[in-house]
Design a protein around this ligand. Sequence first.
Ligand SMILES: [Zn+2]
Length: 277
Amino acid sequence: MYPAVLQLLTCPICSYPLTATADEKSCRCTGEKSHCFDFSKSGYLNLLCAQAKEGDSKEAIQARRLFLEAGYYQPLVEKILGILRQIPSHSLLDAGCGEGYYTNQFAVDGRGVLGIDLPKTGVDYAARRAKQLQNRAGFAVASVFQLPVADAGIDVITNLFAPCAEEEFSRALKPGGHLLLVGAGEKHLLGLKRAIYEHPYKNEGRADLPKTMELLDTVHLSYEITLESAEHIQALFSMTPYYWRTSPKDREKLNGIQTLTTEVEFDIFLFRKGQKL
Ligand SMILES: [Zn+2]
């Protein structure tokens, strides 16, 4: 793991800093008990103490990888990178990093990037990708509600389509640190919904926006995408929160569709933590 990223992590048991062992196969905390954690083959750390529900299934993660790597959401990445360039930062934590599609692209401009999420399959893939890219991103399995990082140690937290743990983010951010949240805009994937439902409804905005931080900016990004294969259409559908709520009869409507054009719309919110601790 990139040293500057490992430096951000703390022991999930006693909260002391972690340092790599001489053979770099594991790391130990500097606390009295010297707790030890092994790096996985791909290079991530499992810092989850209690058993937790994994969240996304393997299939869901694979579908998301297939869809994202086709580049449909690349304009979102560019937009976020543009915002991040305005904020001088050495450390960025991506809370709810999934399979690291965004996280690995945030590891530019000299900053160290730490990705945290629960599903091991996603984190493992993210770490393998970081190894290939030889970038400054590192990954750990942990909950965004219990981040294995020190108080007030992080410059920027990103939180894309993942639960906002406001209190925990506030603890982890430096005074004056930034939180960038992304949620689906109201017309996001309306074209996909039209193909499935008789009366497609618009999305409601994120209901979990922080209340104790200052909102600096809201950026809307919308454009159209055309999916040119049944595989991509199914992958996108399975990424949506309404996939599991759709009846088999409605799901079948997508079978046989080879091409689909839909709006995508994102709301990007930039918050700042107060200067006081
Ligand atoms: Zn420890």
